[in-house]
Design a protein around this ligand. Structure first.
Ligand code: 1CP
Length: 366
């Protein structure tokens, strides 16, 4: 399989290259991914469905987070409710990047008060043999695709739905550490001391992720985001050796006609390497200057960009939040191909009214 970049395909076909309906095709979000002018930058927020929202907490009551993910009715309800409540220009399916690791045979739990745990961790060649078949693991995530199908039916018809997965690096990092980490010592250790096993782990993850993402597309997703949240810990040289070849394989395996957004945090030094993955849009976090990063990558004629308001600003008084937003809006100006987002996910302490005010302001509805 060999994927044609989204913009190239749009130019070649001169029109709707995805087979999606015209209303979705003409949405501000899809236009920005094609690099076309829009009246305002489309806006959605990472973690827009989450604990900052009282209605999410009410649905969550008495259930585990995994119960919610496994139930397609609940995942649909949470996705559609959050998008409609805040008025975002796209929805992202409610799920988690770590689900597929559970189906590969790692026991995934989200305990109260701490992050995810994966047991037992992957630390050596023998550990890899315990992992299951990646294609089967993708198939076992079918409840996510059920939620995609139902969400597509229930969303307003001009609101695109984003499917997602973790990137093979970030998933491998969780697998090696057995959960979250600050310095990722076991991840580095496997990469440096047993590169063959590292690459084997990547080669195990990539076919599963490819199948999983293509199933989400088949179920009704109009775009894909790949979360490489922690890849910014790597140097450019290490990224190119240990990550880039696998990211290229993953993106190359995604079907034509669906744009791919690739996001990580603290990636200012890696963006041009990440661009080589073949993604159609790069997500940048708030430690990076969005416009200079974009210009360095070739600007709006070359690729779309997503980001990067500091999520902490949603905790500030409205004047401060909107002043910082205006500064970002002014810095980008009328460059086409920009999707407004935060530099990382919404904090759970955020007041939903600030989110609504922010989105209205960007959409010029206030
Ligand atoms: O209710 C709860 O207690 C669970 C909180 C929660 C939620 C709402 C977790 C646990 N995951 C999610 C949903 C989620 N995760 C979405 C849904 C759609 C949306 O954005 O609205 C998405 C896209 C993710 C992706 C995800 N999960 C990432 C990548 C994004 C990022 O923040 O960098 C990562 C790293 C995870 C792992 C994860 N899941 C949950 C937590 C607390 C974590 C991070 C743990 C850590 O810090 O290592």
């Amino acid at each position: 399989m060999s994927r044609t970049p989204f913009r190239t395909l749009c130019k070649q076909t001169g029109g709707n290259a995805t087979g999606i309906n015209d209303t979705l095709w003409e949405s501000v979000f899809m236009k920005a991914l094609r690099g076309e002018k829009t009246p305002y930058p489309p806006v959605w927020l990472m973690r827009q469905a989450g604990r900052y929202m009282a209605e999410y907490r009410a649905v969550r009551e008495g259930k585990t987070f995994l119960d919610m993910c496994h139930n397609a009715d609940i995942a649909t309800e949470v996705t559609v409710y959050a998008r409609n409540r805040i008025g975002a220009d796209a929805a992202i399916i409610f799920a988690d990047i770590l689900l597929i690791l559970d189906h590969l045979g790692m026991d995934l739990t989200f305990g109260a008060g701490h992050g995810p745990k994966l047991n037992p961790p992957i630390r050596c060649a023998a550990d890899l043999d315990r992992l299951g078949d990646p294609i089967q693991a993708a198939a076992d995530c079918s409840y996510v695709c059920d939620a995609v199908r139902m969400t597509r039916e229930q969303l307003p018809e001009d609101i695109p739905l984003i499917g997602f997965s973790g990137a093979p690096f970030t998933l491998a990092a969780y697998a090696c550490e057995g959960g979250g980490s600050r310095q990722f010592p076991h991840t580095h250790s496997l990469m440096y001391n047993d590169p063959a096993s590292w690459h084997k782990l990547q080669e195990k993850l990539v076919p599963g992720l490819t199948a999983y993402l293509n199933s989400q597309i088949k179920a009704g997703a109009q775009a894909i985001q790949i979360f490489d949240s922690w890849v910014g810990i790597l140097s450019s040289a290490d990224y190119r050796e240990f990550v880039l070849p696998h990211m290229k394989t993953l993106i190359d395996g995604i079907v034509d006609g669906i744009p791919v957004i690739y996001f990580g945090t603290n990636t200012g030094h890696l963006l041009s390497d990440m661009q080589e993955s073949g993604c159609d849009c790069l997500g940048v976090d708030n430690n990076t200057d969005l416009v200079s990063a974009w210009e360095n990558l070739g600007g709006s004629d070359t690729l779309s960009i997503q980001g990067n308001l500091d999520p902490a600003l949603l905790l500030a008084p409205k004047e401060r939040l909107l002043a910082a937003t205006d500064k970002l809006l002014a810095s980008v100006g009328d460059r086409p191909g920009w999707i407004f987002n935060l530099g990382h996910g919404v904090f759970k302490e955020t007041n939903v009214n600030n989110v609504i005010d922010l989105i209205k302001h960007i959409q010029k509805r206030d």
